[in-house]
Design a protein around this ligand. Structure first.
Ligand code: ADP
Ligand code: MG
Length: 561
C-alpha cells in the first residue's frame, strides 16, 4: 500500500513557520521588512510581554487593496517576484511569500490595511479566515499578532523568558533602524518607548538615537569602494568597546545580515586598536550589484551568499585599519582612559545633533607627529611607567606596552625593507615538531624566509636552527614554536599575512624585557621611538600605551573651574 501523502496547506504553513518565524523576533523581522518593502516612511512596533502576548507593526506604506488583503495570507502569495529571472536580482526584503501565511498559521492575526482607496480588515485565527470586511483606516498597514505559538506548545517551550525575547527584538530593531536611517522607527515594549529614530536619513542621528550621544560623538564617518562594492557608514572610535560582536552592524543592500566573515573583517581592521576580548561598535551599509548576492539561501534571510566575499573582506579590513590610523589622536583617544566620574555629565541622547558633534573633520587635521614631538620627559615611575608632558596634557606611559609598539613597527619595517639582521647561534637550537608539521616544512620555511629563519630537518621529529634574527632577545624556542603552530594551524595563512602582521606581533613579545629600569636617556629614546610610530596609542595587542590627563581636567579636579 502506498504510504506517501501530500500535506495540506495549513500543515505546510505550520512547518514553514518553524523556520521562518522561530520566535517573536522573527515575526517582528518579517513584518517590519514587509513595511520597508511597502516604502514606509514610519514604522511603529509595539510588543507586550516580549512579543509572546502580542506584536503589532504599523506602517504608513502603500497598503493593499481588498483582494490582496486576503490573498497576502495564501501560501507563496507575493507581489515581489513574478518570474525566475527576478530571483537573480532581488531588490526587496521579502520575495518568498511565506511570512504572512506562516505567522497566521500559528497565531491570531488582525490586519487593517488601506491603499488610499480600499480600507480592509482581515482576521485570521490559526490559519482560518474569521472575518474580512471594509473598515475606516489611514493609509498604510497595521498587523497585530497575538497568542503566538499557543497552539504549538513544543515551540512555546523553546522560547526564552519574555525579557530575553524582548531584548532580541530590541537588538533587531536597533539593527533595522541603523540600516534604514531614512525610516522613522518607534519601538514600544510593554508601552514603554525603547527606540525612536527620526527618519531624517542621517546615519549619525540614527546612531545617536540608538546608542546615545557619547557613541555618536565618537563616530568617524567612512566610505570606500572598489569595482563591486561600496561601503558607507561609521566606525566608533576604539576607545569605546563592547564585550561581544552584537554591535558590529553590517547591512547589504538594505538587508541586515549575519555574516561571520564580514564581522571578522571588521574586527581585523580594529585589531591593533583593541584588546582581543573586546569588540567595536560599527555601522556599515554595503551596496553591491544585486547579482552579486544570493539572498535565497536561508529561510529567514539572515544569511546571504556573496560572490567575491574574499575581496570584500580585504576591502573592509584594510580600509577600516587605515581610517582608524588616521583618526585616532591622543586628546581624543587618551582622555577617555582617564576620564573621571565628574566629567561624565553628557546630556542624554536627543534627536537633534548639537553643533560640537560636527567636528570630525577638524579632529583629523591634528597629526600624531606634531602631538608626540612635544613630549617632554619628566620621570620614571616604579620601573614600569614614564611620566611626560606637553602643552596640554600630562602623560603616563606604560613602558612595556610602548616598547612593544616600537618593536612591532620597527620589525615590520625591517621585514618590508628586507633588512632583517641575523646572528649565528653558538649552540644550534633543536626543536621537536609533530610529523604533520614535518610534512609542511617547505611551507613553513617559505613563510619564515622573510626573517631569514631556516628550519632544517634534524631527525624524524625535530628540526634545527643555526641562525636567528637579532631582534629576538629571549624565549627563542617558544617564539619559533609558536610561529610553527600558527602557520600549521591556519592553512589559509598567506606569506603576506605573516609578513605584514604575525611575525612582528609575536616578535615584539620576544624582544621586550619586563619591568627593567630605564635610564633617563633610555626613557627619552623610547619616547622618541614612540613618536615615530604610525599608531603610537596602543600596543600591537590592543592595550593602550598611555593615558593623558588634560590641564582642563586637572583644573576641574582641583575645583578651579
Ligand atoms: P513576501 O514579503 O515574501 O512577498 P509575505 O508573506 O511577507 O511575502 O507578504 C505577502 C505579500 O503581502 C507581500 O508580497 C505584499 O504584497 C503584501 N504585504 C505584506 N505586508 C505588507 C505591508 N505592510 N504593506 C503592504 N503590503 C504588504
Ligand atoms: Mg515578507
Amino acid at each position: 500500500m502506498s504510504k506517501i501523502g501530500i500535506l495540506d496547506e495549513h500543515l505546510t504553513n505550520m512547518i514553514a513557520a518553524g523556520e521562518v518565524v522561530e520566535r517573536p523576533m522573527g515575526v517582528v523581522k518579517e513584518l517590519v521588512e514587509n513595511s520597508i518593502d511597502a516604502s514606509a516612511g514610519k514604522i511603529e512596533i509595539r510588543i507586550v510581554n516580549g512579543g509572546l502576548d502580542s506584536i503589532e507593526v504599523s506602517d504608513d506604506g502603500c497598503g493593499m487593496d481588498k483582494v490582496d488583503a486576503t490573498r497576502a495570507f495564501e501560501r507563496h502569495a507575493t507581489s515581489k517576484i513574478h518570474e525566475t529571472r527576478d530571483l537573480w536580482s532581488i531588490q526587496t526584503m521579502g520575495f518568498r511569500g511565506e511570512a504572512l501565511p506562516s505567522i497566521a498559521s500559528v497565531s491570531k492575526v488582525r490586519m487593517i490595511t488601506c491603499d488610499g482607496t480600499d480600507s480592509t480588515l482581515v482576521r485570521i485565527e490559526y490559519g482560518q479566515i474569521k472575518e474580512a470586511r471594509p473598515i475606516a483606516a489611514n493609509q498604510g498597514t497595521a498587523i497585530l499578532v497575538e497568542g503566538l505559538f499557543y497552539k504549538t506548545p513544543a515551540r512555546l517551550k523553546h522560547l526564552k523568558s519574555a525579557n530575553v525575547e524582548a531584548n532580541m527584538i530590541l537588538d533587531l530593531v536597533q539593527k533595522l533602524a541603523l540600516a534604514h536611517p531614512e525610516i522613522a522607527f518607534e519601538l514600544y515594549s510593554d508601552d514603554r518607548l525603547k527606540i525612536q529614530t527620526n527618519g531624517s536619513g542621517s546615519l549619525q542621528e540614527a546612531i545617536m538615537a540608538v546608542y546615545g550621544l557619547e557613541v555618536a560623538r565618537k563616530s568617524i564617518p567612512i566610505s570606500f569602494s572598489d569595482y563591486d562594492f561600496r561601503v558607507d557608514g561609521y566606525l566608533v572610535s576604539p576607545v569605546i568597546t563592547r564585550s561581544n560582536r552584537q554591535y558590529i552592524n553590517v547591512s547589504m543592500n538594505g538587508r541586515i545580515i549575519r555574516s561571520l566573515p564580514l564581522q571578522k573583517a571588521v574586527i581585523e581592521g580594529y585589531r591593533q586598536f583593541m584588546m582581543s576580548d573586546r569588540f567595536p561598535i560599527v555601522v556599515l551599509n554595503i551596496t553591491a550589484d544585486f547579482q552579486l548576492v544570493d539572498v535565497n539561501v536561508h529561510p529567514s534571510k539572515w544569511e546571504i551568499r556573496i560572490s567575491k566575499e574574499k575581496a570584500l573582506y580585504s576591502l573592509l579590513s584594510e580600509n577600516i585599519e587605515k581610517k582608524l590610523k588616521e583618526a585616532t589622536r591622543p586628546a581624543d583617544t587618551l582622555l577617555e582612559y582617564s576620564r573621571s566620574e565628574t566629567a561624565e555629565t553628557q546630556p542624554a541622547a536627543e534627536l537633534s545633533i548639537p553643533a560640537d558633534l560636527r567636528f570630525e573633520e577638524q579632529q583629523m587635521t591634528y597629526t600624531t607627529e606634531e602631538t608626540l614631538q612635544r613630549f617632554n620627559y619628566l620621570a620614571q615611575y616604579h620601573g614600569r611607567y614614564i611620566v611626560a608632558y606637553d602643552d596640554e596634557n600630562i602623560y603616563v606611559i606604560d613602558q612595556h606596552a610602548a616598547m612593544e609598539r616600537c618593536m612591532y613597527e620597527e620589525i615590520q619595517q625591517q621585514i618590508a625593507e628586507k633588512k632583517v639582521d641575523c646572528q649565528p647561534l653558538l649552540i644550534p637550537l633543536v626543536i621537536e615538531i609533530t610529523p604533520a608539521q614535518m610534512n609542511q616544512l617547505d611551507r613553513i620555511n617559505e613563510m619564515l624566509e622573510c626573517i631569514n629563519l631556516k628550519l632544517e630537518p634534524f631527525s624524524l621529529n625535530s628540526v634545527v636552527v643555526h641562525e636567528l634574527p637579532v631582534f629576538i632577545e629571549r624565549d627563542e624556542e617558544k617564539f619559533i614554536r609558536e610561529l610553527i603552530d600558527q602557520i600549521t594551524n591556519d592553512r589559509e595563512m598567506s606569506v603576506l599575512d605573516i609578513r605584514k602582521e604575525k611575525i612582528a606581533s609575536m616578535a615584539c613579545h620576544a624582544s621586550v624585557k619586563f619591568n627593567s629600569f630605564l635610564t633617563v636617556e633610555e626613557s627619552r629614546r623610547l619616547l622618541q621611538r614612540l613618536s615615530r610610530c604610525a599608531q603610537p596609542f596602543n600596543c600591537p595587542h590592543g592595550r593602550p600605551t598611555m593615558l593623558a590627563i588634560s590641564d582642563r581636567q586637572l583644573d576641574r579636579e582641583f575645583k578651579r573651574v
